[in-house]
Design a protein around this ligand. Sequence first.
Ligand code: DX5
Ligand code: ZN
Length: 223
Amino acid sequence: MSKQVLISPSTDPCPLADLLEYSKNLIYNGADWLHCDIMDGKFVPAKTFDEIVLSLLSKRVNTTIDVHLMVEDPLDRLPAFARAGANVITVHFEAIKGTIAVINTINKIHELGCKAGLAIKPDTKVSAIENYLPFVDLVLVMSVEPGKSGQQFMINATSKIAELNAIREREKYNYLIEVDGGINKQNAGTVVSLGADVLVLGSAMYSAPDKHELIRYLKSLGD
Ligand code: DX5
Ligand code: ZN
């Protein structure tokens, strides 16, 4: 059965000065979403651009803005990211303390008119977020430790993708499965065959000489 594979290239490897041009080029070459990695220097050591830069960027690129918030206590910052043009906002399960806070965060993202995603780090099991799966639009499986691009794909992500796919089929849930970290031409077919719908590519996309060909190939994995 064929399915749609969405390609969401990451902003992380690109220097800030080139970001607008890089993003426009990706959209021109067929990318579906733009994966905007936001790091606060607390949840992860690195710090990236914030909602102010995002708002400048989102006004100039015509695509789905897929925000991956690697920040502590994301709840307070959600309105600013929604105003900045986010369409999908994904928060880390590990950054939120307690069941009620997780539910409040998902609800808040929806109230702001965005799709809500929940991300899990490599050491977090699918069972930890199982109660929230009926309420989210997307689950982001991290296949590297969050914090920087250019790391190697961690194989333990594959069983989580398969598990999320099985739960989705069994319970008739609707979330997309997004995979982020170390995805390249060699391993993308495996994650798609296990159930991934959205592929994030950082360094493999940034370094690809022919982005059009790479995006076309990745999308064909759903055929
Ligand atoms: C890592 C980020 C990723 C990263 C992906 O913390 O969330 O989006 O930029 O880069 P690659 O594909 O190089 O692992
Ligand atoms: Zn990311």
